[in-house]
Design a protein around this ligand. Structure first.
Ligand code: GLU
Ligand code: MG
Length: 450
């Protein structure tokens, strides 16, 4: 392995020349919150080699950022070293001098911490690559901007209708600043538009490797939050900010190829899928209930998953069907066919979600099962019992996750068990909260101070 400190030393001059002076090193905890340590950039060589201290207790932080005392990790001792991945280091807000890098937690002996979420994702990517598969991934981010004084009901900060050019014009200064900030952070994107909900926007990030997609999501959320604050607003990535509105999704797009040949198009199977493409879809479909706690981590996530909100709460696949948890988007205009994992929201730890989906894909190829026919039309309008709903509560989803041998094997018993504990803590936190109280408790997710 090349010496991390020497590589960082070589990077330093270039970084300084571009005005960067400080570095935010992040990791995402089990509850989906992005945690951080800042260091002077001059310390990069040292922290690249030895990391900065981070207590393992942070994976016992709950949805409101407080330690849940019943979890195994809720203890005061122990320490880990969070090392920046210098290959993924990028500007965060270069005008303010800040750079950003995703971190990986290591033990003091230099091995990757067995519960590190990004380490898990990287390992799953490596395993699929070793099988000859190439996966490209990209996230869509939906968020809402609201007025800060909103202690009570949701009040959007930007007026204008669903997909409305009026909202684009009302929020043009905001969107211009956002586009500039994304460019300054080196984050390529494909599309930006006003979404259906009041004050809601959507950004599609450019695809990359699965690990890059997860990294980009973390960085892009920080950039969105920064720009929103500059306008005096709060942004919310919560699955649901009001019972009267649609939710915020965090859909994951995937395209898959083997030796340059796409698996999701050009085949003789259903909707042009290849045999391997069919197996991938069938396997993922089967594993959806177990994957759900990785995709939808908050209790309120399951309120978003109501039929009719296009949050795709049905265990079905469909071609261009926006209520299907797995939406196949056929190849068009030079773009490969994509599988949209549509049910996910932004409470997900993207490394756990992407790693879990990759593990599900590997299992699907190893043990192919037949693919049911696609569902067209609204699954919610079909006769009862003809289409399966996904788990309707976090407690139900956690039971499916806990029972999944595929995920336990891929994650390792300890990581798997600690995610179960974290989700059970969220079930306990939300028990007894009424609908409005529950929504209010995470309305500004991931902000918890209002
Ligand atoms: N806002 C919807 C969600 O909660 C998604 C709408 C769409 O992009 O189809 O996921
Ligand atoms: Mg959308």
């Amino acid at each position: 392995m090349p010496d991390a400190a020497a590589a960082a030393e070589a990077q330093l001059d270039d970084l300084r020349r571009s005005g960067l002076r400080w570095l935010a090193i992040t990791f995402v905890d089990h509850a989906g919150a992005v945690l951080v340590k800042g260091v002077p950039l001059a310390r990069l060589p040292q922290v690249a080699r030895h990391g900065v201290g981070f207590s393992p207790v942070s994976d016992a932080f709950g949805a409101t950022g407080l330690i849940d005392p019943l979890q195994t990790l809720a203890r005061p001792d122990g320490d880990l070293r969070l090392r920046p991945d210098t290959g993924a280091l990028r500007p965060l807000d270069p005008a303010a001098g800040w750079a950003w890098a995703p971190g990986v937690r290591h033990e003091r002996d230099g091995t990757v911490y067995r519960l590190d979420q990004r380490g898990f994702c990287a390992a799953q990517q490596g395993l699929l690559e070793a099988e000859g598969l190439c996966v490209l991934a990209g996230f869509e981010i939906e968020w809402m901007v609201g007025l800060v004084e909103t202690a009570g009901p949701w009040r959007p900060a930007v007026a204008g209708g669903p997909y409305g050019a009026d909202r684009l014009v009302e929020g043009l200064d905001y969107l211009t600043s956002l586009a500039e900030a994304l460019e300054a952070a080196g984050l390529d994107w494909l599309q930006l538009h006003p979404e259906y909900g009041a004050g809601q926007f959507e950004l599609s990030l450019a695809p990359g490797s699965p690990l890059e997609a997860a990294d980009r999501l973390v960085a892009a959320k920080l950039v969105i939050q920064r720009v929103s604050r500059r306008f005096g607003w709060r942004c919310s990535f919560a699955p649901l900010v009001s019972s009267e509105l649609v939710g915020n999704g965090g859909h994951l797009h995937l395209s898959i190829s083997r030796a340059g040949r796409p698996l999701l198009s050009g085949g003789t199977g259903s909707a042009g899928l290849t045999a391997e493409g069919e197996a991938l879809l069938a396997g993922l479909l089967e594993q959806l209930p177990a994957l759900l706690p990785l995709a939808c981590a908050l209790a309120v996530s399951y309120r978003r998953l109501a039929p009719g909100r296009w949050a795709a709460p049905f265990q079905v696949w469909g071609v261009e069907n926006r209520e299907a948890a797995l939406r196949l988007i056929p190849a068009a205009a030079g773009e490969p066919a994509q599988l949209e994992f549509k049910v996910a929201d932004l409470s997900a730890n993207p490394y756990l979600l992407v790693g879990g989906v990759l593990a599900g894909m590997a299992a699907a190829l190893a043990r192919p099962c037949p693919l049911p026919p696609p569902v067209s039309g609204d699954p919610g309008a079909m006769p009862a019992g003809t289409v399966r709903r996904l788990p309707a509560t976090l407690a139900e989803a956690v039971a499916a996750f806990e029972a999944s041998a595929v995920l336990r094997e891929a994650m390792g018993g300890e990581l798997h068990a600690s995610v179960v504990e974290a989700r059970q803590a969220e079930v306990r936190r939300s028990d007894g909260l009424g609908e409005e109280e529950l929504i209010a408790s995470t309305r500004w997710w991931p902000l918890t101070d209002l």
